[in-house]
Ligand binder design. Structure first.
Ligand SMILES: [Zn+2]
Length: 322
């Protein structure tokens, strides 16, 4: 991490730039790990188009400036190789901005990866369950009422005598069915005492019966329960738990559906925590302050910056020449 190695990266970037004809260096070529920027910013352009001329034209304006210019500095990774490291960018923080949603998910995941091992250390004998709670698909216009009903049902579930968890984390995901209906579901991480498997164990059919009663449904809902193997870390569930609230491909599939989704999800919280997990993970209930991100292995080589701007036509970030 000497000044020399930074110089070498600058040299490499300068060389590849001059070799590749008149086009400035693409971010995805300079730094393969930053390739997702192109994908998410391209989706942001499509979401922006959906919002333009709608009730949400202010969102369109904000999405338009989101992450147009990225400033990178230099850092070293764990293998002592040079890498680009995001230093600054302007984010719009619109709820359904694909770039901001991605950055938010990264921040949440980083937090969970940092905290979950500490909880396991505190509660080494406890076990972890991953439960997915659903109900039938419905028109997107009924999503808000359905999510409120699901929230209330979840409260009833937690208050039941048979509720086995001493702590839980819950995230909400909404997908779009092929028929255009909305499919909301809860992904739940439950921390249960080790005695759960011998005393108070709940079979899948009992979970279904209980959720059906809490939801006050006249049919048996689809539900999934998995236990994390004894001795395994719950961190393996983080990618599934803290991914997007709505997939980018579902956001752009149909403009009217997406605008209605925006109305229906207005100010609805995506993540909830409870029990002993609340004190560790309640930060996840808020929009993260920091969307820049910080790598665990950052060693802070900070001299110099490279700038990349978004080329909307080409769907790539390219270096900005001085
Ligand atoms: Zn944004």
């Amino acid at each position: 991490m000497s000044e020399n190695s930074s110089d070498r990266l600058i040299y490499r970037i300068a060389c590849s730039d001059s070799e590749s004809s008149s086009q400035p260096l693409a971010l995805s070529d300079a730094s393969p790990k930053d390739k997702p920027w192109d994908k998410h910013r391209a989706f942001a352009d499509r979401v922006q188009t959906h919002y333009a001329g709608s009730d949400f034209s202010d969102y369109a304006r904000r999405l338009n400036f989101c992450s147009q210019l990225l400033e990178f500095g230099f850092g070293m990774d764990a293998d002592d190789a040079l890498k680009l490291k995001l230093k600054s960018a302007r984010f719009c923080r619109v709820r359904h901005c694909p770039v901001c949603q991605w950055r938010r998910s990264l921040a949440w995941k980083a937090k969970a990866y940092q905290v979950l091992p500490k909880i396991v250390e505190q509660y080494p004998k406890h076990r972890w369950l991953f439960v997915t709670l659903t109900q039938r698909n419905m028109p997107v216009t009924e999503l808000r009422d359905t999510l409120k009903a699901m929230n209330e049902a979840f409260q009833r579930l937690v208050q039941r005598k048979t509720w086995p968890a001493i702590g839980w984390l819950r995230s909400t995901e909404v997908t779009r069915g092929k028929d255009g209906n909305a499919h909301p579901h809860f992904h739940c991480l439950l921390m249960v005492p080790s005695s759960y498997f011998s005393h108070g164990y709940i079979s899948k059919s009992e979970w279904i019966k209980t959720w059906r009663e809490c939801m006050r449904l006249d049919y048996s809902p689809v539900l999934d329960v998995q236990a994390v193997k004894s001795g395994n870390q719950p961190s393996s569930l983080v990618p599934e738990l803290l991914k997007y609230c709505t997939k980018e491909s579902d956001m752009v599939a149909d403009r009217e559906w997406f605008l209605e989704l925006t109305r229906q999800l207005h100010k609805m919280r995506c993540i909830a925590t409870g029990g002993v997990l609340k004190e560790y993970l309640k930060e996840l209930e808020q929009d993260p302050d920091e969307l820049i991100g910080k790598d665990e292995d950052d060693q802070g080589v900070n001299e110099g910056s490279l700038y990349f701007n978004w080329r909307r036509q080409e769907k790539r970030y390219r270096m900005v020449k001085d």
